[in-house]
Design a protein around this ligand. Structure first.
Ligand SMILES: [Zn+2]
Ligand SMILES: [Zn+2]
Ligand SMILES: [Zn+2]
Length: 269
């Protein structure tokens, strides 16, 4: 079928956050501000209908978790290619936290370098049979503020830093791998572990996030900025306004009654 809109892909992402078993995994940083100013999220392939990438050393179907955060200007940033290269084009990974932040983002204070730097210097972000993932903070004091890098340690002990794409050395340990190794060597307490965030569709947070996505007009929210009401960029815009199919999907998610013929049975919402 035709490529699904970014909005419907974001709805699917939220739905995939409802199960521990799903291939979409989202992690809350340890000791972070509340509400959280960043999330670690399973990567998403935006091509075609869109699909999640499993956690793993990067290849066609695997990727390290991406990092999505609010910056000191109150804007959402994302480490994924789409988020970095096309700032104006929202990615699914920005849209999902935008939807989950709808209750507080317009009225909150702007994040500071200090609040963005809060938390563990090294934290584990998921682990499975293939290895463990770590987020390593960097540049805590300098402009433009804290940065985090994802690092992977395979179960066989091989290390990989995503910074290899832009500057981390490939033949010796970069500062991120060294920091992760040092954190793991500490006997006391060990390394902090980020909790996985599981959504329950019946909870107000999820309902509000889905309604927000349904009404989304194509503009990403900013912290401290009230969204313009009634101004619709919708006219003729690709994603603006849900298609019938999208409306139906959102309806299913909200457990609206639907016809027997369209019920998917056991796996149905
Ligand atoms: Zn992104
Ligand atoms: Zn590195
Ligand atoms: Zn049904």
């Amino acid at each position: 079928g035709a490529a699904l809109g970014i909005k419907e892909q974001a709805v699917r992402y939220l739905v995939m956050m409802t199960s521990l078993e799903e291939s979409v995994r989202v992690f809350l940083p340890t000791w972070s501000a509340s509400p959280p100013l960043r999330l670690y999220m399973s990567a998403w392939d935006h091509n075609g209908e869109g699909r999640p990438k499993k956690l793993g050393k990067p290849d066609k179907v695997h990727a390290l978790p991406e990092i999505v955060w609010w910056d000191t200007l109150g804007e959402l940033c994302c480490s994924c290619d789409r988020g970095r290269l096309m700032e104006e084009a929202p990615c699914v990974l920005k849209l999902a936290p935008a939807a989950l932040s709808e209750s507080w983002s317009s009225t909150a204070e702007l994040p500071t370098q200090e609040s963005l730097g809060r938390g563990a210097r090294v934290e584990q972000v998921g682990a499975d049979a293939t290895g463990s993932f770590f987020a390593v903070a960097d540049n805590l004091g300098g402009p433009p503020g804290p940065r985090r890098r994802m690092v992977f340690c395979s179960s066989k002990g091989g290390w990989y830093c995503e910074g290899k794409r832009d500057g981390c050395p490939s033949l010796m340990d970069c500062s991120h791998v060294s920091a992760a190794k040092a954190a793991l060597r500490l006997d006391e307490g060990g390394v902090s572990v980020a909790d996985q965030m599981i959504l329950r569709l019946s909870e107000p947070l999820s309902m509000a996030a889905l309604s927000w996505l349904e009404a989304w007009n194509g503009e990403l929210p900013k912290i401290g900025v009230c969204p313009a009401v009634g101004t619709s960029r919708a006219q003729g815009g690709g994603d603006a306004g849900l298609s019938e199919e999208e409306r139906y999907l959102v309806g299913l998610l909200e457990r609206r009654p639907h016809e027997q013929a369209t019920c998917a049975g056991d796996s149905c919402f």
